[in-house]
Write a protein that binds this ligand. Sequence first.
Ligand code: ZN
Length: 418
Amino acid sequence: MSILIKNVLLNDKRTSILIEGNTIKTIATDIAVIADKIINGTNKAVFPGLVNGHTHAAMTFFRGYGDDLPLEKWLNTKIWPNERNLTDEIVYWGTKLACLEMIKTGTTAFNDMYFRYKEAARATDEMGIRGVFPQLMFDNLDPVRAKKVQSEIKIENFAGDYSDRIRFSIAPHAIYTVSGASFKWAMDFAKEHSLIMHTHLAETQIEYQNSIKNFGLSPIRYLNKLGVLRPNLVIAHCLWLDDEEIQMLADNDVKVVHNPNSNLKLASGHRFLYHEMAEKGICVGLGTDGCSSSNNLDMIEAMKIMSLLQKGWRLEPTALPAHEVLKVATENGAKLLGLNAGKIADGMLADMFLVDINTPAFTPLNNNTTSNLVYAANGSNVDTVICDGNIVMENKKVAGEEEILEKANQLVYELIKH
Ligand SMILES: [Zn+2]
């Protein structure tokens, strides 16, 4: 399969892009080849596929449920009691709904953290985008439970008939739900099998204070002492930390994912130290977090919020400009998932999205398509999405979308009973 995108705007210049198989083959102003599929790019601009660095895909079913509560109360009274009702079918369709929303808003890869990962992986594989799915760990800091949880995690559990777009990870949920022993065990498992380890850390002030109370150390110092700060560790949040802890993350090449919408909505914190981390060379990606805390999976909206938030709390309008936040959401996201993607260049994976520039958000078109994407547009401006060399959305239509919406509306009553 080959695709030729003709005369499209890439970095404000007209060019054509030839995709062969799952790879970007050539980028040139004039490409004279016969392709299986031709996309007329005259009214389009193209960007690398967005990478959602931290989400809980199937939580789409909790969209709009339990809004406006603090994190601990929200988890204890709204989310965890209802998660007991999860079934394979709910996770499968919830993940399909998430993939539908991600495709419609330009995301081609995501780092998931949820239960029943086999169903999530199957749903994502069918939808045609990339995902990383964990065996999730909770041991409630109980040594007996910890042994049981560890004994249930096996590399063979990941076996299945999946495409190369599907990868796996291990995810101890957080330091307040998982013991230090299990964190160490999980990192050994991740190293042995070359997996990403994905966790939540330093998200709220309460977590920070309890960490000092229970472990005698702040969250990042605690993981440093456990020896699990490693290059394959992907940490969501990282709002509560100091300069010395940033240095610990940098020294160990730990990857960090900022989730501004979730952090603001749950009032977890707003002073994300992006520039301090970037200056030390830390790879910072962007995520939405689950739909229950960010309410959508729109990474274009998340880019705008991340940029405005940096400007706002620093009182610094030059902080995190549009081109840099786009890099965070694409190149950095691909790097933290270990993907040869995130850039539109020869030899990279063919993951990208096209927007219709014949719309108010992209008018006037004055060499500022990146600015228009980040500050003026939102996910609904996305017109066409290509992942792994396949078209997963064209003219805003995704195969099977009506069925996904219908199923979600039916199944939600089996999940939310409290
Ligand atoms: Zn999360």
